[in-house]
Design a protein around this ligand. Structure first.
Ligand code: ADP
Length: 385
């Protein structure tokens, strides 16, 4: 026989059933919220009103390399030995958020002990009824670095265009002047052969400058695209050095160019290109040592490579610029570099030529005492890859 309930029991039962239903709904809502938190790819924190971590998602643990035990129920600013104790974040959570209720794309840059310097965009929202704060963290470090690198490249290009147009225009203006002079003299009957020869020599020098500039631009393009052609063979490096020193000694009366050391084995590479490297280093040594006379080329070899050093006793290069000068369009910022003409391409081209033939280039320098540029040439042909 079915037991009948009195009205009080009936009410209790209905209430219990209601509570059970509420519990199921709350559980479902929690599962739903959990699923959202875990699905979001950005690190996400749920903080209570005391700024203790109620929840953190997997993306948070992954990015900041912390565990749930180190995070859950901890005060945000004490997490991971205070790594979140960031003044601008404190200002955001304690001062701005209470009045604004939500914040979008608030940028924070900070050095975290485990993951280093990171740039993050924070989005925060206060949920008033539940006394909770949602804090979404977007790591924009890579994106910001890429944008900065791009901006640097654009700036370099602008500078390059400005310098190139200036450098190309100067010899053209001189050439134009000389041509006009020659024309005027030809019309008026001339002033003798000596004057004409002198003008022609000057014009020839300007044409050389232009040719050099245009070849540098072509070299950069070809080397960068990996399209330079190489004519490699065995050759005597001692002879190459003495040939180039003899040629360059004709161009300077102030400097004494000499070499030290001889090497026994022949080296393998593109003789003309390596000659170009040596000429470039020697021309720089002359250009950046206006007050000092000796420039010394040293030669040495070990089992698998020959090393060439080009030493001057000139201005030297400050430590911070020593790595940069091998980059494209990099020019020194000191007075010596500003006074000397150039596109900042010579060392880039030289280092590329050396590296693409299996060698390496570096510099040792002391400001005020001078610089030595070194490069190596393999004694064996490069293995084809
Ligand atoms: P450029 O001479 O046209 O500026 P380079 O690529 O040959 O271009 O050189 C880049 C920079 O390196 C120069 O602007 C100069 O500041 C520095 N540099 C190169 N060689 C020397 C040297 N022997 N002594 C001092 N500074 C040098």
């Amino acid at each position: 026989m079915k037991k009948t309930l009195d009205p009080a029991q009936e009410a209790l039962l209905t209430r219990n059933q209601g509570l059970e239903q509420d519990k199921i709904e709350i559980q479902a809502a929690r599962q739903y919220a959990d699923a959202i938190i875990e699905t979001v790819r950005e690190p996400l924190l749920v903080l209570d009103s005391d700024l203790r971590v109620q929840r953190a998602n997997a993306a948070f643990y992954r990015l900041f390399q912390v565990s749930e035990a180190e995070t859950h129920r901890r005060l945000l600013f004490e997490l991971g030995n205070g790594q979140w104790n960031i003044p601008s974040l404190q200002a955001l959570l304690l001062e701005i958020l209470p009045t604004n209720h939500w914040l979008t794309d608030y940028e924070v840059e900070h050095v975290f002990p485990r993951i280093g310097r990171h740039i993050m965009l924070l989005n925060a929202r206060r949920i008033e009824e539940r006394q909770l704060i949602l804090l979404a963290i977007e790591d924009v470090t890579e994106r910001t670095r890429a944008i900065q690198a791009n901006e640097r490249l654009l700036r370099q290009r602008e500078e390059f265009l400005a310098i190139t147009s200036h450098e190309l225009k100067t010899p053209l203006t001189s050439l134009k002047g000389y041509i006009q002079l020659v024309q005027r003299r030809a019309r008026t009957g001339g002033e003798g052969e000596d004057a004409a020869t002198d003008l022609l020599v000057r014009m020839d020098r300007q044409v050389d400058k232009l040719t050099h500039l245009v070849s540098s631009l072509l070299d950069v393009t070809m080397l960068q695209a990996g399209k330079a052609t190489w004519h490699t063979h065995w050759f005597d490096l001692n002879l190459l050095v003495s040939d180039i020193l003899a040629d360059l000694s004709q161009t300077t009366t102030r400097h004494q160019l000499r070499s030290e050391g001889m090497i026994q084995p022949q080296v393998f590479g593109d003789r003309d290109r390596l000659g170009q490297v040596l000429t470039n280093l020697l021309t720089n040594a002359i250009k950046y040592s206006p007050q000092a006379t000796p420039v010394v080329v040293t030669l040495s070899a070990d089992a698998d490579k020959a090393t060439v050093g080009v030493q001057d006793f000139g201005t030297g290069i400050v430590w911070e610029q020593q790595a940069q000068i091998f980059e494209r369009f990099a020019r020194g910022t000191d007075a010596a570099a500003s006074a000397a003409p150039g596109l900042g391409l010579g060392l880039y081209i030289a280092a590329q030529i050396v590296e693409q033939q299996g060698g390496h280039m570096w510099v040792k320098s002391q400001p005020g005492d001078g610089s030595t540029f070194f490069f190596t040439i393999p004694l064996k042909p490069l293995q084809a890859s």
